[in-house]
Ligand binder design. Structure first.
Ligand code: ADP
Length: 497
């Protein structure tokens, strides 16, 4: 009887492998970084072959570390950096160009043209997304237009496209299986999330031949078996989801209204909205959470650009703290911010403001404001921004929020978590297992092969050992703080010229 599920986490800077047991415990772990390629300012690429080799390396390393062989592993689930585009030759298996990474801005001008030509609304209602260079569609178009001979080969059906999980599944199965899952398809800006098909209109607009595209499958089903050469014998590959959706699943946000927020460099908040897509005109995007158990679950997704990065700024630029962790202790030296607000609009503001010309500001400074107040205000800014996103989601979905499940590096900060509970008047649950993304991929893979029989079995078997943060601020103080925060945000808008 196979004891483990293998999760392969194809991240932006490293690949990781974890072996989980039925209780969701990490029994083996391996990680390997890979090269970031910056050919020009604002351009980011990865070498797809390096992604593949380092993934095989971590998979073997994790297995070897506990002496596991292929028959000990019930299934493999993959979670991945989303939107990153790989195009390769169907016969030789060689990429025709480096992977163009989600962060890469090379197609921004083309996206602006699409917007100026009035395509935004049509694309939003079909794909749930705002037109942006992040998403895969315009990256594929760039490769076809700029790599000599690529378009010709694509038209003859000789090239394949995939996001990173598609590439890895294709390699794991020695080129036998060319698939993606609904969650990843929904980040390409080519997939119609209403009809669940590649959108022929958009493909024509971007000039992308449909023959390149992978078959779109559920996030939890057997795609194929690994080639014997890769891990010593066949293992079922049976789960795939983009990183944020996998983390939503790993946080067991199985029901409509369930929300998770990941506090990393930025914040990613996703809300399960159930079996129908909910659209928002506040810049909260609509996406597919997963296809599982014969059904599709949708999600709303909102992000805060600068969250943990505010703490890095306090450390690296202002030198007010020595480590990110210190922010908790130092902010705790004062009981409030003494009327001071930090608006960390370093790169503009996202949902619900969407002002790329906003810039950071500190307001409300009086003679008594000291560094502890500023550190505290920086932490509060993370919580206020998150609260704005949560409010926009609440409005779009019509759901009453009860609680948020949290993860990510900055969620280790207890003071920040208590601020969030107070400002949002919601209970926060933080699990002891930090690996929610990989866990989500493992759950999806495990469900497909009966390792867990259903979602209830997961809920009962996997104990998340949660710590909770309960709101303790009076409604009067809470709404006064939010009002002041919004006044501070107004001061930061439309600053850059
Ligand atoms: P990412 O995946 O985006 O790299 P992580 O989840 O690893 O991010 O979290 C790292 C971020 O969290 C950094 O920006 C760091 O400043 C912030 N961070 C880490 N620990 C703390 C802490 N104790 N308090 C506040 N911020 C923290």
């Amino acid at each position: 009887m196979a004891e483990y599920i293998m999760a392969l986490d194809a991240g932006t800077t490293s690949n990781r492998c974890m072996l989980f047991d039925r209780k969701g415990r990490v029994c083996a772990f391996a990680q390997k970084e890979f090269k970031q390629i910056y050919p020009r300012p604002g351009w980011v690429e990865h070498d797809p072959d390096e992604i593949w080799y380092s993934m095989v390396y971590v998979a073997r390393e994790a297995m070897n570390s506990i002496g596991a062989v292929h028959s000990d592993i019930a299934a493999i689930g993959i979670t991945n950096q989303r939107e990153t585009a790989v195009v390769w030759d169907k016969i030789s298996g060689k990429p025709v160009y480096n992977a163009i990474v989600w962060q890469c801005r090379r197609t921004s001008d083309y996206c602006n043209e699409l917007k100026a030509s009035g395509f935004s609304e049509r694309i939003r209602l079909k794909t749930g997304l705002v037109v942006d260079a992040y998403f895969s569609g315009t990256k594929i178009r760039w490769i076809l237009e700029n790599v000599p001979g690529a378009m010709e080969k694509a038209e003859k059906g000789e090239l394949l496209f995939g996001t990173v999980e598609t590439w890895i599944i294709w390699k794991l199965t020695a080129g036998r299986v060319h698939v993606t899952d609904y969650s990843n398809a929904s980040r390409t800006m080519m997939f119609n999330i209403n009809t669940l098909e590649w959108d022929q209109d958009i493909l024509r607009l971007l000039n992308i031949p449909a023959s390149m595209l992978p078959e779109v499958m559920p996030s939890s089903c057997i795609y194929g078996m690994t080639d014997r050469e890769v891990l010593g014998g066949p293992i079922a590959v049976s789960g795939a989801a983009g990183d944020q959706q996998a983390s939503l699943f790993g946080q067991k946000c199985f029901n409509p209204g369930d929300i998770k927020n990941t506090y990393g460099t930025g914040c990613f908040m996703l809300m399960n909205t159930g079996k129908r897509p909910v659209f928002s005109d506040k810049g909260i995007v609509t996406t597919i959470a997963w296809g599982q158990g014969g059904e599709i679950d949708y999600a709303l997704e909102g992000s805060v650009f600068s969250a943990g990065s505010v703490i890095q700024w306090l450390r690296d630029e202002l030198k007010l703290i020595e480590s990110a962790k210190d922010s908790e202790f130092l902010a705790g030296k004062v009981n409030d911010t003494n009327g001071c607000y930090v608006v960390p609009a370093f790169t503009g503001l996202g949902a619900p403001y969407w002002d790329q010309y906003a810039r950071g500001t500190i307001v409300g400074i009086t003679r008594g404001v000291n560094k502890y107040h500023i550190i505290r205000a920086a932490l509060e800014a993370i919580a206020y921004q998150t609260n704005d996103v949560a409010d926009a989601m609440k409005e779009a979905s019509g759901f009453e929020l009860r609680s948020i499940r949290v993860d990510g590096g900055a969620s280790r900060n207890n003071l920040l978590m208590q601020m969030q509970a107070d400002i949002s008047s919601l209970t926060l649950y933080r699990g002891s297992n930090a690996e929610t993304t990989a866990l989500g991929a493992a759950f999806l893979a495990g469900l497909a092969v009966g390792f867990w029989s259903d979602k209830d079995d997961i809920i009962n078997s996997v104990d998340m050992d949660q710590q909770s943060f309960i709101p303790a601020l009076s409604e009067e103080k809470r709404s006064a703080g939010i009002r002041e925060w919004h006044r501070a945000v107004q001061r930061s808008l439309e600053w850059a010229e």
